[in-house]
Design a binder for this molecule. Structure first.
Ligand code: FAD
Ligand code: 2HG
Ligand code: ZN
Length: 479
């Protein structure tokens, strides 16, 4: 059957507004956000209801067409991008962007999977609650994509990753069956936790159409500090001190090197005068919904101890909302700063907290002996053991050629180091299409076998995001 016949069949299901087949409009959906790979498709489908999603899935399975679910297309591993075959359609959830219900007493919010993260945060804030998932892409990423990648971000240390916030799910399986489990329960031990299968599955097991998320009290007080680290500061010990003394109030512990800060400030129109110490900088935030705690006093006491221990050279406590915003803007502008300079080869590694310093030292030696002229941008969610250990593409280099060269050599050395320390090659950005070879190289054999079996059970015909993460097992021919 020709692709125009396919398009007509999908149009019959969704109506005109639900199918985009104009190549110019399609182009916005077929390249990943870092512009590392452009795939091909004959149509982008935009369902408006869960029933339409189920109809699409049934028809696609019948036609033998693969489905690539897409949210905000902000992810880093090419999972939302179709392959080059032209035989995969994109299903964009962007028209399914409603808030279904907010329940302030149960502290839950039910949303369509296409709801933009920032809109969900704002709706929760409107009733004095917090959706505790926060990342630089929050203005464009969507809840289905956050679930698909198990997004982390800037407050994981306190609230966990997307997985920890998910209470209920609605999803369409590869044969069109709808899993409808939009309950708000914190406790529900009734067999397998099916909703968790979709978390981090990057569209390979089904299409998430709705979710119930856990909310928290909205912080009314915050203490935010910028710490200038001493050279070779004992990062794990500093974190342990901050954690212990702030009890459960620590929300953020973000590390940045001087190079990353310089890239960020170069991308800002009105950069604040924040600098790194000789060992980099850390952004620390405590927050609380209580009106009875003096967080500034607590922060000052913690900082005094850290200075006393020799771990920080100096620290600034934000004295106003605008000073706090400035600190956050620097942190959040780093990816944009890297992009403007010609991009970076990204290594989203994590290691146990006790090995962070060791990783930094070993990786530094590896980079220097590979090419002493390479420049790095190293920063990240160090409170979660997660570093973005990025190698900057030289301004005059061919970005793709440089990326390929580093990824086939130095990157593997860095990942080997992370693996030897008990760490991982992808802490929060997923596997998608770009990191499958790394899953094969570093994944536990038994775990990969279990993943194949899960994929086979959910999607035996390989309809859902074929080519991302793992393929289903092939049926043995009957003897
Ligand atoms: P997409 O890119 O559209 O899709 C991601 C994956 O999920 C794909 O495999 C896709 O097929 C699948 N998918 C999408 N929707 C569905 C659905 N409805 N059902 C099933 N599968 C689906 N990530 C972090 O974890 N932490 C960060 O701090 C962070 N910061 C970022 C900062 C910037 C500036 C940028 C550009 C990105 C950042 N990211 C971060 C990465 C990215 O924003 C997250 O991975 C995000 O969760 C992706 O959401 P999305 O809607 O854009 O998903
Ligand atoms: C962040 O923490 C994101 O800002 C982006 O995860 C990381 O671009 C990166 O390397
Ligand atoms: Zn990150």
């Amino acid at each position: 059957m020709s692709q125009s016949v396919h398009v007509r069949a999908f149009r019959n299901l969704l109506g005109g507004g639900g199918v985009v087949d104009d190549p110019e409009r399609i182009a916005a959906y077929t390249t990943d956000q870092r512009q590392l790979f452009t795939g091909s498709t004959f149509a982008v489908l935009k369902p408006a209801t869960t029933k339409q999603v189920a109809d699409i899935v049934r028809l696609a399975a019948h036609l033998g067409v693969g489905i690539v679910p897409q949210g905000g297309n902000t992810s880093y591993c090419g999972g939302a991008t179709p392959d080059a075959s032209g035989r995969q359609i994109i299903v964009s959830l962007e028209r399914m962007d409603k808030i279904r219900e907010i329940d302030p007493v149960s502290m839950t919010i039910a949303v369509d999977a296409g709801a933009i993260l920032k809109n969900v945060q704002d709706t929760a804030a409107g009733v004095g609650l917090l959706l505790p998932l926060s990342l630089g892409a929050e203005g464009s990423c969507r809840i289905g994509g956050n679930i698909g990648t198990n997004a982390g971000g800037l407050s994981v240390i306190r609230y966990g990753m997307t997985r920890d916030l998910l209470l209920g799910i609605e999803a369409v399986l590869s044969d069109g069956t709808v899993v409808s489990d939009m309950r708000k329960l914190r406790k529900n031990n009734t067999g397998y936790d099916v909703k968790q299968c979709f978390v981090g599955s990057e569209g390979t097991l089904g299409i998430v159409t709705g979710a119930v998320l856990r909310l928290a009290p909205l912080p009314t007080r915050r203490a935010t500090a910028w710490l200038m680290l001493a050279r070779d500061a004992a990062l794990a010990e500093l974190l342990a001190l901050v954690r212990r003394e702030s009890t459960d109030l620590l929300t953020t512990f973000e590390f940045m090197t001087a190079r990353s800060i310089a890239l960020a400030t170069a991308a800002m129109t009105d950069p604040p005068g924040l600098r790194a110490g000789s060992g980099g900088a850390v952004l620390v935030e405590f927050d609380s919904s209580s009106r009875h705690l003096d967080l500034d006093e607590l922060m000052q006491a913690v900082l005094a101890e850290a200075i006393e221990a020799g771990w920080i050279e100096d620290a600034f406590l934000a004295q106003s909302g605008s000073q706090r915003t400035a600190m956050w803007q620097v942190r959040e502008a780093i990816p944009e700063g890297e992009k403007r300079r010609n991009g970076s080869v990204k290594h989203d590694i994590s290691v146990p907290l006790s090995s962070i310093r060791r990783f930094l030292d070993l990786a530094d030696t590896q980079v220097r002996s590979y090419d002493a002229d390479l420049e790095l941008s190293v920063y990240g969610h160090i409170g979660d053991g997660n570093l973005h250990y990025n190698v900057l593409v030289p301004p005059d280099a061919d970005r793709m050629e440089f990326t390929r060269r580093i990824e086939s050599s130095l990157s593997l050395q860095l990942y080997d180091t992370a693996a030897a320390l008990g760490g991982t090659f992808s802490a929060e950005h997923g596997v998608g299409r770009f990191k499958k070879h790394l899953l094969e190289r570093y994944g536990d054999v038994g775990r990969i076998a279990a993943m194949h079996r899960i994929k086979t059970a959910f999607d035996p015909a390989d309809v859902m995001n074929p080519g991302a993460i793992v393929r289903p097992l092939r049926k043995e021919p009957a003897s």
